[in-house]
Design a protein around this ligand. Structure first.
Ligand code: NAD
Length: 347
């Protein structure tokens, strides 16, 4: 297929692009606006060939999207504003990209009579799951502007499926970690802070649980649903690694060899979901399984951040620190971005 992959310079998108280009089965066009989270360095291992190309642009640009849809057979949409904390400050920006931008893509795909549309969504659309694991038929109960905008995108797609027989499939992935992730979400943030001897800010009492999925398993799931998924269906994707904020902090302190004293508790995120948990039987019936054990995935992620300091150090600019100090407020004051004196040797 000739694939248009949006958000392909981001964390999960770049892993997927590398994976799909390597198979040689597809022609790949990456469309990415290169927001603060998009990074062409994520694709630097790929030599531009006739089998893939990069286009810098916005999924909300209807003319550009129409033009690219006319030259391709299917779209995989990963472009999004993706960080819950940022959505608390700018819900409108999330609605614009995640809802309106997705509509621009599905409308262009419908006009171009695409064979398939794959929406990369999130397990956060179900809201918090206090007990058990939810299947794909569970209701949407999003509780943050981010998850509400991802749910809104899915509802547009659902309407197109019902109204126009639009051939869409959806993945609902859990919290993803691994190499090349912008250092704002918990795993890369804790790793780079530990490597620099800075405090690791844990929200609230640290009991909120997430199910951590390695980025290579997430990309494999997207490929699996692209090729074997049934149009009209959504597929949960998770690996069953349920880990609390405190346990993640402990695991990263241990994996980096950083000092226990870096553990720091900060004011909780408003509306913080306490747990997400999804049932993955449907995607497992297609043959997908998570392959990366959490300990192994965390060790390789720590090793990657440890040996790619240039990649993440230049991302920590004044805007980054302004967002950081505004977001993480220690119970006794702000978690200042200064290097702690108690740090022990990092690997
Ligand atoms: P990311 O923030 O690392 O990357 C998003 C990419 O989209 C960036 O390259 C950015 O430049 C691009 N982008 C943003 N707005 C755009 C626009 N208007 N037009 C074109 N490009 C734009 O995100 P990620 O973590 O790689 O997530 C990718 C997708 O997977 C998102 O849709 C997200 O909702 C979903 N998802 C993420 C996770 C996770 O834990 N990271 C889990 C489940 C689902």
């Amino acid at each position: 297929m000739r694939l248009l992959i949006t958000g392909g310079a981001g964390f999960i998108g770049s892993e997927l692009v590398r994976r799909l280009v390597a198979t040689g089965d597809h022609d790949v066009t990456v469309l990415d606006k290169l927001s603060y989270a998009g990074n062409l360095a994520n694709l630097s291992s790929l030599v531009e060939t006739q089998r893939w190309r990069f286009v810098q642009g916005d999924i909300c640009d209807r003319d550009l999207v129409r033009e690219l849809a006319a030259e391709t057979d299917a779209i995989i949409n990963l472009a999004a504003e993706s960080h819950v904390d940022r959505s608390l400050r700018d819900p409108g920006g999330f609605i614009h990209t995640d809802v309106f931008g997705t509509w621009v893509l599905i409308e262009a795909a419908r006009e171009a009579r695409h064979e398939r549309f794959l929406q990369v969504s999130t397990d956060e659309v179900y809201g918090e799951v206090m007990t058990g694991r939810v299947t794909e038929d569970a209701p949407f109960l999003p509780r943050s502007p981010y998850s509400a905008s991802k749910a809104g995108a899915e509802l547009q797609i659902r309407a197109y499926m019902e109204t126009y027989g639009f051939p869409a499939v959806i993945t609902r992935g859990s919290n993803t970690y691994g190499h090349n992730q912008y250092p704002e979400k918990i795993v890369p943030l804790f790793i780079v802070n530990a490597l620099e001897g800075r405090a690791l800010p844990i929200y609230g009492d640290g009991s909120a649980v997430r199910d951590y999925l390695h980025v290579s398993d997430h990309a494999a799931a997207i490929e699996c649903v692209l090729t074997a998924g049934t149009p009209g269906l959504a597929y949960n994707v998770a690996s069953g690694n349920e880990i609390s904020g405190v346990a993640m902090c402990d695991a990263i302190l241990s994996a980096t060899g950083a000092a226990e004293s870096l553990k720091s508790f900060v004011r909780d995120r408003p509306g913080h979901d306490s747990r997400y948990a999804v049932d993955t039987s449907r995607i497992e019936a297609l043959g997908w399984r998570p392959l990366v054990a959490f300990d192994e995935g965390l060790a390789s992620t720590v090793a990657w951040y440890s040996s790619n300091r240039e990649w993440w150090q230049r991302l920590r600019d004044p805007d980054y620190w302004a967002f950081y100090t505004d977001t993480f407020v220690e119970v006794r004051g702000s978690v200042t971005p200064t290097v702690a004196r108690t740090h022990s040797a990092a690997p």
